[in-house]
Design a protein around this ligand. Structure first.
Ligand code: SAM
Length: 219
């Protein structure tokens, strides 16, 4: 029974990669490999497991969501992950994005403001076999200074602007992917840091839950 269910999820995973990622604009072989390997069904609540591979976000509790697979893939591809990269994720949520990153590189740090979700993300990553990701409960708008500077920062909640501390904690030539805009809709930005200046490129329009903290939206 368990094997039947696992086969079914593995079929759904392949279909998701082909129909939702490759049929759009996800071409990075490393990203595709990660999405074929990480079991998304382990990162969604039991009650919505049958929809784990749907082309939409899903509720994970505490009023938060696990993002649509395509958006996670687009952010990962834009970040241009490399094996030796040290990556900071802001907004651990279910832990799925952190697991995808951990599949692709050595060092992943992830900050979540809600304690219950930090614990959930940690448990989900362990269930899926990713034990090396380091999680912390705190305000991600202030980054995680102990392990800075980072090669790459991925922010998975919407900010009214680019938080200053995140730019400070990014290496020169580093990249940040972050949704910036209003509470209803935002632009997904790829931000490159060069000689202490930032160069911004808009990737697409998007809709994320708010980044709440000292240098973003108020609670
Ligand atoms: N990356 C997650 C995943 O793979 O499931 C999805 C993240 S969800 C779209 C956004 C998350 O950002 C929520 O869990 C929310 O609690 C968190 N968040 C919002 N403001 C934050 C802040 N200042 N610091 C850290 N996490 C924050």
């Amino acid at each position: 029974m368990q094997n039947l269910q696992e086969n079914d999820f593995s079929e759904q995973r392949k279909r998701m990669v082909h129909e939702q990622l490759m049929a759009r604009d996800i071409y990075s072989e490393d990203v595709i490999k990660a999405f074929l390997s990480v079991k998304r069904e382990l990162f969604v609540p039991e009650s919505s497991r049958e929809h784990a591979y749907g082309d939409f976000p899903l509720a994970i509790g505490f009023g938060q969501t696990i993002s649509q697979p395509y958006i996670v893939a687009l952010m990962t591809q834009a970040a241009d992950i490399f094996k030796e990269a040290r990556i900071l994720e802001i907004g651990s949520g279910s832990g799925y994005q952190a697991a995808i990153l951990a599949y692709m590189c050595a060092e992943v740090y992830s900050v979540e403001r809600i304690e219950g979700l930090k614990e959930l993300a940690e448990q989900n990553c362990s269930k899926a076999g990713f034990f090396a990701v380091r999680f912390k409960c705190g305000d991600g708008t202030l980054g995680w200074p102990e392990y800075a500077p980072y090669d790459i920062i991925i922010v998975t909640a919407a900010s009214p602007h680019i938080p200053v501390e995140l730019v400070n904690q990014l290496k020169d030539n580093g990249r940040m992917v972050i949704p910036v805009g209003g509470l209803a809709v935002q632009d997904l930005l790829l931000v490159r840091k060069k000689d202490n200046k930032t160069i911004k490129e808009k990737l697409c329009g998007c809709r994320f839950v708010p980044l709440i903290g000292e240098d973003a939206w108020e609670d």
